[in-house]
Unconditional design. Structure first.
Length: 302
């Protein structure tokens, strides 16, 4: 079925800390699809057990975080035999758990930083990063750059709900690579104005500079694209994802994580990379629908 002929339910909002960003993603996608004649129904998800409007052909998932990227809503839709965009429930759940995802990617040869589950007794020396095992948008990320940061970080982490992990801090330039189908999009360099690429820098207009294509040699860009595709495949992801990396001063790349439902707002990086590749936002949304429909029709339910 051609995307233009589909009746699409755009699921946005959700119950995670990323609800506001999700609503912005959903509004942008709905507007883009309507601009090319697609019948769209917007669904504000406020609780688990989402109800899909009758007559819907496919759900466009713009949910982020818990009950969005963690495989739960995907499993519900799979049980209802309702097609949806992006990866299936198993790949989504794997990618959302950073420690399990890291195991799978390391096994596939993807370059990753050393990490482990956090505990109050850990005796790592600075520098390292402490962050949630399963969360997004840089919520709950603490940088331990020197020994003086350890005590206050322990105190903050002790108040955080949910499992936390520590990871060796890799200093360098932040990069991201969008994946669409089986193709890696142009590399985006991320230059936050102050500090690291935290929630404030991500969602405040003008707080971060994005360079696409990244000003790096062609060979290095191709290397990052290959690494990102390998990470995407190692987790069993399909249709789309966004792979975040760090490029250190020696030019060595380290993958940070794979996002199975990247943001689709005006400030989001997948649409930015798409535009650089000659794919406007509406065409990107249509392509995601078509690839997802093909995935469903192949009977690929994970």
């Amino acid at each position: 079925m051609k995307a233009e002929k589909m009746k699409v339910a755009v699921l946005a909002g959700g119950i995670s800390r990323e609800r506001d960003v999700s609503l912005r993603s959903g509004a942008a996608v709905a507007k883009a699809l309507r601009s090319v004649g697609v019948k769209v129904l917007e669904v504000d998800v406020k609780e688990r057990g989402v109800r899909v409007p009758q007559g819907t052909d496919i759900c466009f998932l713009c949910l982020h975080g818990t009950y969005g990227e963690d495989g739960e809503v995907q499993a519900e839709l799979e049980s209802a035999q309702m097609p949806f965009t992006g990866s299936g429930s198993v790949a989504s759940a794997l990618a959302f758990d950073k420690l399990k995802a890291k195991e799978a990617m390391v096994a596939a040869g993807v370059p990753m930083a050393e990490s482990m589950e956090w505990s109050p007794e850990n005796d790592w020396k600075a520098p390292y990063v402490c962050k949630p095992v399963a969360d997004g948008s840089s919520f709950g990320v603490f940088l331990v750059r020197e020994e003086a940061d350890i005590a206050p970080t322990r105190k903050s982490v002790g108040k955080w709900k949910g499992a936390m992990m520590i990871e060796r801090l890799v200093v360098g330039t932040e990069m991201t690579v969008g994946i669409l189908g089986e193709k890696a999009l142009p590399v985006v360099e991320i230059r936050p104005g102050k500090g690291f690429y935290d929630t404030k820098n991500k969602y405040t207009a003008g707080a971060t500079q994005y360079l696409c294509p990244a000003p790096i040699p062609k060979e290095k860009a191709e290397e990052l694209q290959t690494i990102s595709l390998n990470a995407h495949r190692a987790l069993g992801c399909e249709v789309l994802s966004r792979v975040d990396l760090i490029l250190d001063q020696e030019g060595k790349a380290t993958v940070l994580e794979v996002n199975t439902l990247p943001g689709m707002t005006d400030l989001s990086l997948l649409p930015k990379a798409g535009r650089t590749a000659g794919i406007d936002f509406a065409s990107l949304c249509l392509k995601i629908l078509e690839l997802s429909w093909e995935r469903t029709k192949r009977g690929v339910v994970k």
